[in-house]
Design a protein around this ligand. Sequence first.
Ligand code: NDP
Ligand code: OXD
Length: 319
Amino acid sequence: MTKPPLLIDLKFSDRAAVVAALKRHFADRDVIDLGAAENAGRDLSDCRYAILWQPDADLFSRATNLDVLFSGGAGVDRVLALEGLPDAPLVRFVDPSLTRRMSEYVVLQCLYHLRQVAAYRSSQKARRWQPLPQPEACAATVGIMGLGELGRDAAAKLKMMGFNVVGWSRTAKTIDGVETFDEAGRDAFLARTDILVGLLPLTAETTGLFDLALFEKLRRGGPLGAPVFINAGRGGSQVEADIVAALDRGILGGASLDVFETEPLSAESPLWDRENVVITPHVAADSDIGALFAHVERQIARFEAGEPLEHVVGRKRGY
Ligand code: NDP
Ligand code: OXD
């Protein structure tokens, strides 16, 4: 029996990687890859599965019989906002390689601020020999907002580096060696935090969460001089005008931002010019295409065997 076809609409920057990975995956079924010019205008009504990242606006009016949707990334805010989204299960991408690379990013940024790399870069530029105080990681507390797949792995790796780690999530968690706070404990969590790490999904509750009022609640007098903000969750959770104001007023001493309210970040943004702000173009943890396709193959096999899908997004909670 022929297996139901799979639709792919992945607007990833590395198109060649998608084409190469397709040669190694889904050998047992037809794949309609909308990135290939010959598939423009194809009838999509037979497709039962779709892998999506920034799909065409009219996709769901053409693919009208989808049984399962797969997000090309871990975050699903954009998929959930799509016009005409069918009421089919949405599976998000959970993958050890993505998780490990996110933790690399988080550890790198925490160490960057702890070891005052920006100040040393500036001294180097001025050919100035200027030693600075050198606190150890155990003198600083990293507070992670979001204790999901990514937040928990980052917490474990930061602990390994010697940082104190506290964490905050919607529902209470127990994590060895990490003091955790639920929604109601937010202010107590912030009061403990020297380096704030955002690893939250974008939902109605997390939109605009990282604002001046929140930054003002972070611990003062810590080893970094002033608190630092690191965000690799979603830019919609931060208020960039407030980050700039907080930096201007010394409420924040620095920031590392991988995500922005509008991407790409405008060339006019004042954030580009700040000495102690690290800007990366939403690359903290890209999806590995081969791993993504292997994950979708596993989930389709489960679905077709009548087993439950994994990593299904809760539509109501929004992640
Ligand atoms: P998970 O769904 O596994 O974890 C989300 C965490 O956020 C959970 O701990 C959840 O709480 C918590 N959370 C959600 N809403 C709230 C809220 N209102 N208040 C408090 N806590 C809340 O997601 P992942 O860890 O896999 O990924 C997190 C996000 O990282 C993704 O949604 C995506 O936006 C972003 N991302 C960014 C990448 C990049 O390259 N910059 C790459 C990959 C992902 P609870 O545990 O109680 O449910
Ligand atoms: C994701 C991302 O959500 O790359 O996976 O942002």
